[in-house]
Design a protein around this ligand. Sequence first.
Ligand code: AHR
Length: 517
Amino acid sequence: MRHARVLLDRDFAIGDTDPRLFGAFVEHLGRCVYGGIYEPGHPTADAQGFRGDVLALIKELGVTIVRYPGGNFVSGYNWEDGVGPLAARPTRLDLAWFSTESNGFGTNEFIDWCRAAHVEPMLAVNLGTRGGDAARNLVEYCNHPGGSSYAELRRAHGYPEPHGVKFWCLGNEMDGPWQMEHKTATEYGRVAAEAAKLMRWVDPSLILAACGSTSRNMPTFGRWDDEVLEHTFELVDFLSLHTYLNNYRGDSAAFLAAPDLMDFFIEEVIAIADAVAARRRSRKRLLLSFDEWNVWYRTRRTRQDRVKEGWPVAPPILEEIYTMEDALAFGGACISLLNHADRVKCACLAQLVNVIAPIMTETGGGAWRQTIFYPFQHMSRHGRGRVLKCQVHSETYAAAYYDPRGSLDQEFPIPAAPYLKLAAVATAGGGLSLFALNRDLGQPMTVSVEARGFADLAVAEALELRHHDLSAVNSRAAPDRVAPQPLERVESDGGKVTLGLAPASWNLITLAPRRGA
Ligand code: AHR
């Protein structure tokens, strides 16, 4: 049995969680759009072809903002192909995923879908094969009220009111050689700065995110971010970062320690952004958008994993089936994001449906929740508030994480991963949410939490996600094989909370002031 101790105080906060921290990502990739969120003729589809069963699950998941249309796809996308009468839309080869794009779904359908899903839209512009001109035209099309050719085009397409899209990504993963018209940091910095300038001249209210390093493992990490910010610092609000966790080596302990590398990554990017600010004697503090994050490796490594030959339409690619173990690493990533709520003000789980996703569908059939659905749902539902600084006293272990991303095929040491990874959020009405991951694969853990500055707290809800078989998955036939169960071993008395965590478990505990306290 392991023991851990946590000390927190309601007055000592990291920062408030921004609702945009609970975002997700929809790319024209595989069956994410076609057969995922959009399937005309499906028994649950509405008049526009939006699947009702998927919309219901997205609402249950608690997603707040959705990034679209890519991803790698956006770097070859002509947004004009996806608007206007369906019959006139061209069919194109998508060189990101070697499939055929019908353009049956485009920007206007996405905006309508966001309204139906009750989420904010986030658009990415193509800074690969295109640049500032196409980007500013898209902003005009989406956000300008009328009286100019692109605004009038939108109106002619049946949208008299502007879409009012606030959050825009300046391209995608432009540091990666796999990207269409990949660029050096200087090339991208210049293009991003000019695109930002033009886009803001059309609509000064835009929030803009420049591409930071695709991963901490990129050979250009650090230098890329520094150079891009040299060009864009005054023009953007956010710098983006991406991480996909893996367990290629079958080393579960290292896999569960890997979210700590997200903590390092975030802190390093903050250091770089603040160094750029310091050089300019600027008090501006750039925010971070973790606009792609997840576990992804089984359907990633080889071209056969990612591409189906013959230029198919919406092929079933990147359909990662998530295990119990994946949900644990994923939960660790949720905790890393929460614990940086002061600077990470936006994040997008990549992706949302079918493609490395918490929600799976059968074409023409049902939809179900993957294992990773639950930690995200818990974080989104119960992570709104002030994230507290926590003193976590837990034994640690050393791990070596392997990550083949970029050209560095190497190990990343994690010298001291605490067995307990935890985040605490002070919620409205004097409540407290605890998110706790026991990373010990074999031993249970008791956790004593001293919650200072709170009234006497009573347990409102306590759930654990665990399974004796770490390879257990959910499927159409067994959709609830891995699902949260009540956590029995919780006590709360006068600001002291005691938890009994099972080995290899994700836990959510919410507390509220005891009646009369
Ligand atoms: O999410 C899948 C892909 O991963 C995205 O298209 C790309 O941005 C990243 O490499």
